[in-house]
Design a protein around this ligand. Sequence first.
Ligand code: NAG
Length: 204
Amino acid sequence: MKFLLNFVLFTSVICGFTNAYKIGILIPDISRSQLLFNQRMGEVLAEAGHNVTLIRLQTLENDGKNLNIATKVGMEEWIVDGHLADVDYEWIKEKQAESAFQDDSIWTLFLGEKRKVMATMFKTFTDACEKIITDKEFMAKFEAAEFDVVFTHMYEFCPIGMQFQGKAKTWVWVNSGALWDYVAYFMGLPVPPSYAARKLYMIF
Ligand SMILES: *[C@@H]1O[C@H](CO)[C@@H](O)[C@H](O)[C@H]1NC(C)=O
């Protein structure tokens, strides 16, 4: 009986180790909610014995660079620079702040300046993506890490391309908020009929 118990204990410890995965989490390090959500997810995975790398994609100017978010044993973090020299981040911030509490009609989105702000902001996403994905040093480090699974975020397709380029063994698409329409579309999931299409914003 004692032997059996020891045997069960021994094998469960061994299995416990072999079940550990190397997980990379691609985080849009541009908003605190995303940082918190992904960090908490990383903590839960690290507590379960996995090795977690928090890959912080800095695709907008960020004043939280010095925050240490790898809080548990088994967690590490990489800061990835997606900062663009020719983007006026201050201007984007100012314009966002101006419109944050305005009681605007949906039609104002079509007005000149708002379109310009949106277009500039979305362009920074694609340009930052290009900067990161063509960063040979980062991509080599990503590939060499040989992640068993990479978690990608829902903001854009960039991290999906990144995990593909970096030859991750598999990937998981994480929705940190409501199910977004294009995620639902590609996953073959229904969205409620009342859902206001995100594409409305993307036409800019
Ligand atoms: C996790 O990290 C530890 C310490 O660096 C290492 O010994 C172990 O092999 C890693 N496990 C996986 C699954 O990557």
